[in-house]
Design a protein around this ligand. Sequence first.
Ligand code: BT5
Length: 275
Amino acid sequence: MKWCIIMPDHNDSLSAATWQPLLATRYMGRGDALVLAEATSTNTLLKEMALRGAVAGSLCLCETQTAGKGRLGRSWHSPAGQGLWLSVLLRPRLKPEQAPLVTLCAAMAMEQAVREVTGLDTRIKWPNDLVLQGKKLCGILLEIGFGAEGIDYIIVGTGLNVRRGAYPAELAHQATSIEDHRTPPPRRKLLVHYLAALEDIITRLENEGFPALAKAYRARSCTLGSQVHVSGSVDFTGVAEAIDETGALLVRDETGELRRVLAGDVSVRGVMGYV
Ligand code: BT5
């Protein structure tokens, strides 16, 4: 009988010593770094750190989340070692009404990181998904704290499916992972590229506003120019035409009226099961 030794994948360690020396950022990833084997939710833990005064660029990441959060009370599957379950703290110089734009910036940064590291061609589904061949590869959850002066903190949570085990079989029709398409890279590489791209994009947003990013966003979007179905407090079908200066989606409905969609669920024809 042969021995089979099962070792943890040390090539894919996320301990701070493996990625901090690779950082080429001014502040992103250079504050406090809480790296855990297990967390309830990295967003929840980083929010506590933010309230205790952690600086912008601090982060929390873990191997597995026991209570990973999606939007609107939904949950996020985060099994051990299968993904990049990460939250980053921002204290951006933005007006409160610009805060939702940070979700779009995080999607652009993750799209850039995945493309630079793996060559995969992902698309941004407004507002908070990265999709690959019509299936969800990454979800983003923003949590915002306001103070007397405006935005106090923004927690940018990203769940990126790296290995095939990141999502359960019952989500296989709408979820995907890098490993479904490529040999997965070390997660620290994705992390370092994401932090660099996020710093760059957020700085441009602070200095120049979203119009400076709109062309690049449109080029990577699968929503703009597509037929969409908006559901939630309203229910209608139309064509997504643009993003406004607050991050809202402008959709031309079937009567020709341009309608502003702030939240709610937007299905894009041909993406994540909507036909
Ligand atoms: C999101 O919500 O897409 C936001 C997900 C954010 C997760 C990160 S992980 C680090 C940080 N800490 C947290 O606690 N959260 C953030 P939403 O658009 O509501 O999508 C949630 C839906 O996606 C679920 O209802 C499932 O249908 C599906 N889903 C859950 N886990 C998934 C996974 N691993 N891959 C693909 N789809 C998933």
